[in-house]
Design a protein around this ligand. Structure first.
Ligand SMILES: [Zn+2]
Length: 433
């Protein structure tokens, strides 16, 4: 499908001025882990602000008045693209640290059947469920999958997202997981933003291995992970650790294989049932995601560690659940919390970080400021990219989201509408202010 794309302007020097609120999220002295407790709401806002980006990096941040008086800027005025943000809010581009973009079709049977109250088994019997996504990916060519991922990356940028973690996981054979990760790599090479690829070969046990999950885990550990590491197709290995997916013992085996091959680990944890976290902590997981069900002792343990709890309220919303992850409890205990979309065809078909933030505020009682930090700097920590992403300060990548609102709290307030006017991704402008 051909689609028109907004013009992309490559500029080596960009000056944004007249920003009503610049949310810098500047890191404090000696910040060595993700934001927690009161740090999570410290946005470090500059009013009437300006930002200068050169060669894809942020070089200075301050007030518009100071920027316009700067002798170097005066001298180089003609070489600089100046963007008048006329009262808009500028924040770090969102870091969506949990997405599943490699699939072919929406899961409309699931959607309709679930509304009618059908069970998981009834949905599968009607031709829905995860298997339908697996069949689609196994049959698809690499270029078709690449086009799907490319389109969604483009759409994400239009909503303010500039860094995306992208998982495979609907192929479930060595060949189709590699094909999925190659599609992610190709799409990433055509997008000005930043993509972090993750192997999710252990998403579910494929039907041909039903009742023989250990055999499938062996393939993940001995074939998939080595092949992916050899081709440098992923930075992380993810496991869906839950009832109906992979056990704690199997998750440990997969983490061990990932560690042996130099890959980081993260896991879908505690979505449907509680799993104790102790066996996994020696692997220093970058993130545990979902976290609807967590033991109190594990909450206390996570508060002492750098593993981020990534909350994905879009899944709870779309499944029509009454309960959401206990964000307040996690934050108040000192656990670093991030927000992500969990973009996927079955349980969270949204690419909107502002929507995830709105749900975080209304359903999980996070403050708008906490939602911003969780969607930016803590997402960057969850991907091991906090040295480059997630805040607006000299030396970091020029990743900005420009929102047509006068106050940052409006970003989570106007749910369902897109107020993002423009993004800058590694110094590349997309959209018009
Ligand atoms: Zn997920």
């Amino acid at each position: 499908v051909k689609r028109s794309k907004k013009p992309v302007k490559r500029a080596s020097q960009i000056l944004l001025v007249n920003i009503s609120q610049l949310l810098t999220l500047r890191c404090g002295e000696g910040d060595s882990s993700a934001r927690r407790l009161a740090q999570l709401k410290d946005l470090d806002i500059i009013e009437s602000a300006a930002v200068l980006c050169v060669g894809g990096k942020i070089v200075s941040v301050g007030t518009t008045k100071d920027a316009l008086r700067d002798p170097w800027l005066k001298k180089n005025r003609k070489k600089i693209i100046q963007i008048d943000c006329a009262g808009k809010v500028v924040l770090p581009g969102f870091v969506d640290s949990h997405t599943h973009p490699v699939f072919v079709n929406p899961r409309l049977i699931d959607f309709e059947k679930r509304i009618e109250g059908a069970s998981y088994e009834e949905i599968a019997a009607a031709g829905g469920g995860i298997r339908s996504s697996v069949d689609g990916v196994r049959q698809a060519g690499k270029s078709a999958l690449t086009a799907k991922v490319s389109n969604v990356l483009h759409d994400m940028a239009a909503l303010g997202t500039t860094t995306v973690e992208a998982k495979s996981g609907y192929g479930l054979t060595v060949e189709s997981e590699l094909k999925s990760l190659e599609a992610i790599r190709l799409a990433a090479s055509r997008w000005p933003g930043t993509v972090v690829p993750t192997l999710l070969g252990a998403h579910v046990v494929p039907k041909e291995f039903q009742g023989r999950s250990q055999k499938y885990v062996e393939i993940v550990c001995k074939e998939m992970i080595p092949a992916v590491a050899r081709r440098k197709l992923a930075r992380f290995v993810d496991v869906f650790c839950d009832k109906g997916a992979f056990s704690a013992v199997e998750t440990e085996q997969i983490f061990e294989a990932a560690a042996r091959h130099g890959l980081g680990v993260r896991a879908h944890m505690g979505q449907l049932s509680q799993t104790r976290l102790a066996p996994f902590l020696r692997f220093n997981p970058a993130s545990f995601d979902h976290m609807d069900h967590v033991h109190d002792d594990d909450v206390a343990e996570l508060a002492k560690r750098n593993t981020v709890a990534t909350l994905v309220p879009g899944a709870n919303y779309f499944l029509g659940l009454k309960e959401y992850p206990a964000a307040r409890k996690l934050i108040d205990a000192g656990v670093p919390v991030a927000l992500a979309t969990d973009y996927n065809p079955g349980t969270s078909p949204t690419i909107s970080m502002p929507m995830a933030m709105s749900l975080a505020c209304t359903q999980m009682k996070m403050s708008p400021a906490e939602a911003i930090a969780a969607a930016t700097i803590n997402g960057a920590w969850a991907l091991g990219l906090a040295d480059r992403k997630g805040s607006i300060e000299a030396g970091k990548d020029a990743d900005l989201a420009i929102f047509a609102v006068g106050d940052y709290r409006e970003i989570a307030y106007w749910f369902g509408a897109n107020r993002c006017a423009m993004t800058v991704m590694n110094g590349v402008i997309s959209g018009t202010p």
